[in-house]
Write a protein that binds this ligand. Structure first.
Ligand code: SF4
Ligand code: SF4
Length: 342
Protein backbone atom coordinates (compact mmCIF):
# COMPACT_ATOMS: atom_id res chain seq x y z
CA UNK A 1 0.00 0.00 0.00
CA UNK A 2 1.27 3.47 -0.84
CA UNK A 3 1.25 6.51 1.46
CA UNK A 4 1.68 9.23 -1.17
CA UNK A 5 -0.56 10.94 -3.66
CA UNK A 6 -0.06 12.36 -7.11
CA UNK A 7 -1.35 14.98 -9.47
CA UNK A 8 -0.94 15.47 -13.22
CA UNK A 9 1.53 18.27 -14.00
CA UNK A 10 -1.10 19.95 -16.14
CA UNK A 11 -3.39 20.14 -13.09
CA UNK A 12 -0.92 21.99 -10.85
CA UNK A 13 -2.49 25.37 -11.71
CA UNK A 14 -5.91 24.09 -10.61
CA UNK A 15 -4.44 22.97 -7.27
CA UNK A 16 -2.74 26.34 -6.71
CA UNK A 17 -6.01 28.11 -7.59
CA UNK A 18 -7.84 25.97 -5.09
CA UNK A 19 -5.31 26.84 -2.36
CA UNK A 20 -5.51 30.52 -3.34
CA UNK A 21 -9.07 30.62 -2.05
CA UNK A 22 -7.73 30.21 1.49
CA UNK A 23 -4.12 31.42 1.31
CA UNK A 24 -1.93 33.98 -0.34
CA UNK A 25 0.01 31.51 -2.49
CA UNK A 26 3.63 32.43 -3.29
CA UNK A 27 5.50 30.71 -6.11
CA UNK A 28 8.95 31.11 -7.71
CA UNK A 29 8.95 33.95 -10.22
CA UNK A 30 11.48 35.57 -12.53
CA UNK A 31 11.93 39.32 -12.40
CA UNK A 32 14.65 41.07 -14.39
CA UNK A 33 16.27 37.69 -14.93
CA UNK A 34 16.47 36.94 -11.20
CA UNK A 35 14.57 34.17 -9.46
CA UNK A 36 12.39 35.58 -6.72
CA UNK A 37 8.96 34.94 -5.13
CA UNK A 38 5.63 36.35 -6.30
CA UNK A 39 1.96 35.91 -5.62
CA UNK A 40 0.53 33.11 -7.79
CA UNK A 41 -1.08 34.75 -10.84
CA UNK A 42 -3.53 31.96 -11.53
CA UNK A 43 -1.96 30.67 -14.74
CA UNK A 44 1.83 30.54 -15.07
CA UNK A 45 3.46 27.30 -13.88
CA UNK A 46 6.51 27.70 -16.16
CA UNK A 47 8.77 27.97 -13.09
CA UNK A 48 8.67 24.18 -12.94
CA UNK A 49 11.07 24.15 -15.90
CA UNK A 50 13.54 26.95 -15.07
CA UNK A 51 13.54 27.21 -11.28
CA UNK A 52 16.60 26.08 -9.33
CA UNK A 53 16.42 28.31 -6.25
CA UNK A 54 15.53 31.91 -5.49
CA UNK A 55 18.20 34.55 -4.95
CA UNK A 56 16.50 35.86 -1.81
CA UNK A 57 15.57 32.97 0.46
CA UNK A 58 12.08 32.38 1.84
CA UNK A 59 13.20 33.88 5.18
CA UNK A 60 12.16 37.24 3.68
CA UNK A 61 8.51 36.19 4.10
CA UNK A 62 9.01 35.91 7.86
CA UNK A 63 11.72 38.49 8.49
CA UNK A 64 11.29 41.09 5.73
CA UNK A 65 14.30 43.18 4.75
CA UNK A 66 12.49 46.15 6.29
CA UNK A 67 9.51 45.98 8.60
CA UNK A 68 7.49 48.53 10.51
CA UNK A 69 7.25 47.61 14.20
CA UNK A 70 5.00 50.42 15.42
CA UNK A 71 4.20 54.12 14.97
CA UNK A 72 4.34 56.81 17.59
CA UNK A 73 3.31 60.40 18.14
CA UNK A 74 4.78 62.89 20.54
CA UNK A 75 2.80 65.58 22.31
CA UNK A 76 3.12 67.56 25.54
CA UNK A 77 2.14 64.45 27.55
CA UNK A 78 4.88 62.29 26.01
CA UNK A 79 4.92 59.50 23.43
CA UNK A 80 1.86 57.52 22.25
CA UNK A 81 2.39 54.20 20.58
CA UNK A 82 0.20 52.71 17.88
CA UNK A 83 0.83 49.00 17.34
CA UNK A 84 0.08 47.45 13.93
CA UNK A 85 -2.86 45.03 13.66
CA UNK A 86 -1.83 41.43 14.29
CA UNK A 87 -0.73 39.87 11.01
CA UNK A 88 -3.20 37.02 10.58
CA UNK A 89 -3.19 36.55 6.85
CA UNK A 90 -2.56 32.96 5.82
CA UNK A 91 0.14 32.26 3.26
CA UNK A 92 1.36 29.16 1.46
CA UNK A 93 4.83 29.02 -0.04
CA UNK A 94 4.92 26.60 -2.97
CA UNK A 95 8.32 25.45 -4.17
CA UNK A 96 10.57 26.04 -1.19
CA UNK A 97 13.72 23.92 -1.46
CA UNK A 98 14.67 21.49 1.34
CA UNK A 99 17.75 23.59 2.28
CA UNK A 100 15.67 26.73 2.81
CA UNK A 101 12.97 24.85 4.70
CA UNK A 102 15.68 23.47 7.03
CA UNK A 103 16.98 27.02 7.47
CA UNK A 104 13.59 28.07 8.86
CA UNK A 105 13.72 25.15 11.30
CA UNK A 106 17.15 26.40 12.41
CA UNK A 107 16.19 30.06 12.70
CA UNK A 108 12.70 29.82 14.24
CA UNK A 109 13.90 28.94 17.79
CA UNK A 110 15.81 32.25 17.87
CA UNK A 111 12.48 34.05 17.53
CA UNK A 112 10.52 31.94 19.99
CA UNK A 113 12.70 30.67 22.80
CA UNK A 114 14.44 33.45 24.75
CA UNK A 115 12.09 36.11 23.49
CA UNK A 116 8.84 35.65 21.58
CA UNK A 117 9.04 37.84 18.51
CA UNK A 118 5.40 38.56 17.59
CA UNK A 119 6.25 39.83 14.10
CA UNK A 120 8.15 36.71 13.03
CA UNK A 121 5.90 34.23 14.83
CA UNK A 122 2.63 35.60 13.44
CA UNK A 123 3.94 35.02 9.92
CA UNK A 124 5.52 31.66 10.66
CA UNK A 125 2.44 30.31 12.42
CA UNK A 126 0.20 31.36 9.54
CA UNK A 127 2.32 29.87 6.77
CA UNK A 128 2.31 26.42 5.20
CA UNK A 129 5.36 25.23 3.31
CA UNK A 130 5.09 23.06 0.22
CA UNK A 131 8.55 21.80 -0.68
CA UNK A 132 9.64 21.07 -4.24
CA UNK A 133 12.34 18.45 -4.69
CA UNK A 134 15.52 19.94 -6.12
CA UNK A 135 16.75 17.79 -8.99
CA UNK A 136 19.29 20.24 -10.51
CA UNK A 137 21.48 21.47 -7.65
CA UNK A 138 23.98 24.23 -8.51
CA UNK A 139 27.75 23.67 -8.49
CA UNK A 140 27.94 25.86 -5.39
CA UNK A 141 25.48 23.73 -3.35
CA UNK A 142 26.81 21.52 -0.56
CA UNK A 143 23.60 20.68 1.35
CA UNK A 144 24.44 16.97 1.60
CA UNK A 145 27.42 17.83 3.84
CA UNK A 146 24.90 19.31 6.26
CA UNK A 147 22.72 16.19 6.28
CA UNK A 148 20.17 17.44 3.74
CA UNK A 149 18.95 15.55 0.68
CA UNK A 150 18.04 18.19 -1.93
CA UNK A 151 14.94 16.20 -2.87
CA UNK A 152 13.67 15.27 0.59
CA UNK A 153 12.43 17.26 3.58
CA UNK A 154 10.86 16.82 6.98
CA UNK A 155 10.79 20.62 7.46
CA UNK A 156 7.80 21.26 5.18
CA UNK A 157 4.08 20.49 5.35
CA UNK A 158 3.92 18.79 1.95
CA UNK A 159 6.72 17.56 -0.27
CA UNK A 160 6.31 17.51 -4.04
CA UNK A 161 8.55 15.60 -6.47
CA UNK A 162 8.51 15.88 -10.24
CA UNK A 163 8.23 12.30 -11.56
CA UNK A 164 7.76 13.05 -15.25
CA UNK A 165 4.31 14.08 -16.35
CA UNK A 166 3.06 13.94 -12.75
CA UNK A 167 4.05 15.17 -9.29
CA UNK A 168 4.26 12.82 -6.34
CA UNK A 169 2.92 14.50 -3.19
CA UNK A 170 3.89 13.40 0.31
CA UNK A 171 2.04 14.68 3.39
CA UNK A 172 4.66 15.51 6.03
CA UNK A 173 2.80 17.45 8.75
CA UNK A 174 -0.81 17.00 9.84
CA UNK A 175 -1.60 20.42 8.35
CA UNK A 176 -0.07 19.29 5.06
CA UNK A 177 -2.07 16.06 5.05
CA UNK A 178 -5.27 18.05 5.64
CA UNK A 179 -4.36 20.43 2.85
CA UNK A 180 -4.10 17.64 0.33
CA UNK A 181 -7.06 15.65 1.69
CA UNK A 182 -9.45 18.27 0.39
CA UNK A 183 -7.75 18.81 -2.94
CA UNK A 184 -9.44 17.80 -6.16
CA UNK A 185 -7.37 16.41 -9.06
CA UNK A 186 -5.24 14.45 -6.57
CA UNK A 187 -5.10 10.66 -6.74
CA UNK A 188 -3.43 7.94 -4.76
CA UNK A 189 0.10 7.24 -6.00
CA UNK A 190 1.09 3.76 -7.15
CA UNK A 191 4.05 1.75 -5.95
CA UNK A 192 5.71 2.49 -9.29
CA UNK A 193 5.27 6.26 -8.71
CA UNK A 194 6.88 6.00 -5.28
CA UNK A 195 9.73 3.90 -6.66
CA UNK A 196 10.35 6.53 -9.34
CA UNK A 197 10.42 9.32 -6.72
CA UNK A 198 12.90 7.30 -4.64
CA UNK A 199 15.15 6.90 -7.65
CA UNK A 200 14.98 10.67 -8.32
CA UNK A 201 15.85 11.45 -4.69
CA UNK A 202 18.86 9.15 -4.77
CA UNK A 203 20.06 10.66 -8.05
CA UNK A 204 19.61 14.24 -6.73
CA UNK A 205 21.69 13.40 -3.67
CA UNK A 206 24.50 12.16 -5.90
CA UNK A 207 24.41 15.34 -8.00
CA UNK A 208 25.68 17.44 -5.08
CA UNK A 209 29.38 17.00 -5.57
CA UNK A 210 30.76 19.90 -3.51
CA UNK A 211 31.59 18.66 -0.02
CA UNK A 212 32.57 20.14 3.32
CA UNK A 213 34.18 18.10 6.04
CA UNK A 214 32.03 18.97 9.07
CA UNK A 215 33.57 16.35 11.37
CA UNK A 216 34.78 18.10 14.55
CA UNK A 217 34.27 21.45 12.81
CA UNK A 218 33.37 23.19 16.10
CA UNK A 219 36.59 21.98 17.70
CA UNK A 220 38.71 22.83 14.64
CA UNK A 221 37.38 26.38 14.64
CA UNK A 222 37.88 26.72 18.36
CA UNK A 223 41.54 25.68 18.07
CA UNK A 224 42.34 28.25 15.37
CA UNK A 225 40.14 31.03 16.73
CA UNK A 226 43.11 33.17 17.85
CA UNK A 227 45.18 32.54 14.71
CA UNK A 228 45.13 36.11 13.40
CA UNK A 229 47.46 35.38 10.48
CA UNK A 230 45.14 32.63 9.26
CA UNK A 231 41.97 34.75 9.48
CA UNK A 232 43.70 37.68 7.81
CA UNK A 233 44.44 35.43 4.83
CA UNK A 234 40.86 34.11 4.83
CA UNK A 235 39.44 37.64 4.84
CA UNK A 236 41.93 39.07 2.37
CA UNK A 237 39.71 39.58 -0.70
CA UNK A 238 36.40 40.18 1.11
CA UNK A 239 35.08 43.70 0.47
CA UNK A 240 32.61 43.66 3.41
CA UNK A 241 29.61 44.15 1.12
CA UNK A 242 27.43 41.97 3.35
CA UNK A 243 25.68 40.16 0.46
CA UNK A 244 26.63 36.72 1.77
CA UNK A 245 24.87 37.36 5.07
CA UNK A 246 21.87 39.29 3.80
CA UNK A 247 21.03 36.49 1.36
CA UNK A 248 21.89 33.67 3.76
CA UNK A 249 18.74 31.82 4.85
CA UNK A 250 20.11 31.24 8.35
CA UNK A 251 21.32 34.81 9.01
CA UNK A 252 18.79 36.75 11.05
CA UNK A 253 20.52 39.89 12.35
CA UNK A 254 18.55 43.10 12.19
CA UNK A 255 18.97 46.69 13.24
CA UNK A 256 16.24 48.85 14.79
CA UNK A 257 15.80 52.51 13.91
CA UNK A 258 13.33 55.31 14.57
CA UNK A 259 12.32 57.71 11.87
CA UNK A 260 10.79 60.88 13.30
CA UNK A 261 9.26 63.58 11.12
CA UNK A 262 8.00 66.52 13.15
CA UNK A 263 6.05 64.78 15.93
CA UNK A 264 5.17 61.53 14.13
CA UNK A 265 7.47 58.59 13.97
CA UNK A 266 7.94 54.97 12.94
CA UNK A 267 10.10 52.35 14.52
CA UNK A 268 11.26 49.81 11.98
CA UNK A 269 13.77 47.06 11.73
CA UNK A 270 15.91 46.13 8.77
CA UNK A 271 18.39 43.40 7.91
CA UNK A 272 21.88 43.99 9.19
CA UNK A 273 25.15 42.15 8.59
CA UNK A 274 28.11 41.23 10.77
CA UNK A 275 30.23 41.89 7.67
CA UNK A 276 29.63 45.64 7.99
CA UNK A 277 32.24 47.69 9.84
CA UNK A 278 29.52 49.59 11.71
CA UNK A 279 27.72 46.44 12.86
CA UNK A 280 27.33 46.25 16.66
CA UNK A 281 28.98 49.66 16.92
CA UNK A 282 29.06 50.59 20.60
CA UNK A 283 29.21 54.14 22.00
CA UNK A 284 32.93 53.70 22.77
CA UNK A 285 34.23 51.23 20.22
CA UNK A 286 33.50 48.79 17.45
CA UNK A 287 34.32 45.34 18.83
CA UNK A 288 35.18 43.99 15.37
CA UNK A 289 36.89 46.86 13.67
CA UNK A 290 39.28 44.70 11.64
CA UNK A 291 37.78 42.88 8.68
CA UNK A 292 39.30 39.52 9.62
CA UNK A 293 37.45 39.56 12.95
CA UNK A 294 34.16 40.10 11.15
CA UNK A 295 34.81 37.30 8.65
CA UNK A 296 35.84 35.02 11.51
CA UNK A 297 32.60 35.91 13.31
CA UNK A 298 30.51 34.93 10.28
CA UNK A 299 32.17 31.53 9.96
CA UNK A 300 32.41 30.77 13.68
CA UNK A 301 28.88 31.85 14.44
CA UNK A 302 27.50 29.36 11.95
CA UNK A 303 29.81 26.45 12.63
CA UNK A 304 30.93 26.91 16.24
CA UNK A 305 28.81 29.27 18.38
CA UNK A 306 25.36 28.39 17.09
CA UNK A 307 25.98 24.63 17.47
CA UNK A 308 27.16 25.28 21.04
CA UNK A 309 23.79 26.86 21.91
CA UNK A 310 21.40 24.94 19.68
CA UNK A 311 23.24 21.73 18.82
CA UNK A 312 22.88 22.32 15.08
CA UNK A 313 25.13 23.97 12.47
CA UNK A 314 23.57 27.23 11.23
CA UNK A 315 24.33 26.59 7.57
CA UNK A 316 22.29 24.50 5.13
CA UNK A 317 24.76 24.46 2.24
CA UNK A 318 22.47 26.42 -0.09
CA UNK A 319 25.56 27.94 -1.73
CA UNK A 320 24.11 31.48 -2.05
CA UNK A 321 27.10 33.02 -0.27
CA UNK A 322 29.32 31.46 -2.96
CA UNK A 323 27.10 32.23 -5.97
CA UNK A 324 26.40 35.84 -5.05
CA UNK A 325 29.76 36.98 -3.64
CA UNK A 326 31.27 39.62 -5.94
CA UNK A 327 34.84 38.48 -5.23
CA UNK A 328 34.28 34.69 -5.22
CA UNK A 329 34.90 34.22 -1.51
CA UNK A 330 34.08 30.59 -0.84
CA UNK A 331 33.02 29.27 2.56
CA UNK A 332 33.65 25.65 1.53
CA UNK A 333 37.29 26.41 0.83
CA UNK A 334 37.59 28.14 4.20
CA UNK A 335 36.08 25.20 6.06
CA UNK A 336 38.07 22.57 4.20
CA UNK A 337 41.36 24.39 4.79
CA UNK A 338 41.32 25.13 8.49
CA UNK A 339 44.85 24.94 9.90
CA UNK A 340 43.84 23.03 13.01
CA UNK A 341 43.26 19.29 12.72
CA UNK A 342 41.47 17.64 15.61
S1 SF4 B 1 29.68 38.56 -0.20
FE1 SF4 B 1 31.87 38.17 -0.39
S2 SF4 B 1 32.82 40.23 -0.40
FE2 SF4 B 1 30.71 40.49 0.35
S3 SF4 B 1 30.96 40.36 2.60
FE3 SF4 B 1 30.49 38.29 1.89
S4 SF4 B 1 32.50 37.34 1.58
FE4 SF4 B 1 32.84 39.55 1.72
S1 SF4 C 1 26.47 30.17 4.95
FE1 SF4 C 1 26.26 30.21 2.71
S2 SF4 C 1 25.82 28.06 2.16
FE2 SF4 C 1 25.48 28.25 4.37
S3 SF4 C 1 23.28 28.66 4.55
FE3 SF4 C 1 24.34 30.66 4.50
S4 SF4 C 1 24.33 31.28 2.34
FE4 SF4 C 1 23.82 29.10 2.42
Amino acid sequence: MTTSQKIKKTDLGKLLNQWSQEFTVLVPWRENGLATWAKWNGTDTSFIDWYRNTVVPAKAHFLPSQEEMFRFQKDEKGYHIELPDADEHKQLIFGIRPCDARALTIVSPIFEELYEDPYYLAKRNNTLLVGLACTRPCDSCFCTSLGINPAESIDVDLMVTDIGDQFLIEGISEAGKELIAGASEVKEATEADEAKAKEIKEASYQKVTRKVDTDNIKEKLSVCFEDEEHWEKVADNCISCGICTLLCPTCFCFDINDELVKKQGTRFRSWDSCAFSIYTKMPMENPREEKWRRVRQKVCHKFEFHPMSYDIIACVGCGRCIRQCPVNWDITQVLNNLPAKV
